[in-house]
Ligand binder design. Structure first.
Ligand code: KIV
Length: 272
């Protein structure tokens, strides 16, 4: 368990707001299944994101676009069963909320009812304002997501740093203020200049969670497979690896294969 875990109380959207107010950083990580969610929650994580990055790291797709609402609900249902303390947020997948606000609400309601996740995350600013507002009106907490929004990768054409130019930075600031005004409880800022992210975090009262957005924000999020070194093919500058599980797993599996082939496993104590 983390040495920073002060209390076992359930994390709520309100507690995240209090953490920002007292300057306590928020730790957020993705999870997609029961067993890993249990380990991550036991370690003292504040927020667990059932990210649509499941499309990449669980399903092997190139982008987050193919994952469906049913698949996100399946992952979120599994995660929820392993979590006691962390706030569990589930991504609304591509195509489940951009069309119109009624569809957005229906998708968010399915996630809340069927998976028991506690909040949803939606990518985008003014373009999807109506959808976010309708979801919020139903009492469903929404986490915003600005900057590099992977569901729009085909529009961007690149995973490069966003909002380096003044016009895009200005729009991002306006969008962040708008998300705060309409009632989002937190905002993810992905892959933008650190100075801009710090400025946004100082301007709004809701927690700003960064990924590739520097240390001046209220919390950090990473994709679990990247930070544990399961997925070693992805090495952006912002990623810190805390383990080399690819090597650990590879060594263990190779050892098992050897033991089977050499008739070392099972031994007499490992049978009935
Ligand atoms: O899906 C995801 O993992 C995310 C994080 C990168 C914030 O949205």
């Amino acid at each position: 368990m983390s040495t920073y875990l002060k209390e076992q109380r359930k994390v709520t959207t309100h507690r995240l707001f209090e953490m920002k107010q007292r300057g306590e950083k928020i730790a957020m990580l993705t999870a997609y299944d029961y067993s890993m969610a249990r380990l991550i929650d036991d370690a003292g994580m504040d927020v667990i994101l059932v990210g649509d990055s499941a499309s990449n790291v669980m399903a092997g797709n190139m982008t987050t676009l193919p994952i469906t609402l049913d698949q996100m609900i399946y992952h979120a249902k599994s995660v929820i069963k392993g979590v006691k303390r962390a706030l569990v947020v589930c991504d609304l997948p591509f195509g489940s909320y951009q069309g119109n606000s009624k569809e957005a609400l229906a998708s968010a309601i399915r996630i809340m009812k069927e998976s028991h996740a506690e909040a949803v995350k939606m990518e985008g600013g003014s373009e999807i304002r109506e959808s976010i507002e309708r979801v919020l009106c139903a009492g469903i907490p929404v986490m915003g997501h600005l900057g590099l929004t992977p569901q729009s990768i085909n529009k961007f054409g690149t995973y490069a740093v966003r909002a380096k130019e003044e016009a895009e930075a200005k729009k991002l600031i306006e969008d962040a203020k708008m998300l705060e005004d309409i009632g989002c409880f937190a905002i993810v800022l992905e892959k933008i200049p650190a100075d801009l992210a710090t400025k946004v975090a100082q301007m709004v009262s809701v927690p700003i969670i960064g990924i590739g957005a520097g240390g001046g924000v209220d919390g950090q999020v990473l994709v679990m497979h990247d930070m544990l070194g399961i997925n070693k093919g992805f090495s952006p500058r912002f990623l810190r690896r805390y383990a080399d599980l690819a090597t650990v797993i590879n060594d263990a599996v190779a050892h098992y294969i050897d033991d089977v082939k050499t008739c070392d496993f099972p031994n007499e104590k490992e049978q009935y």
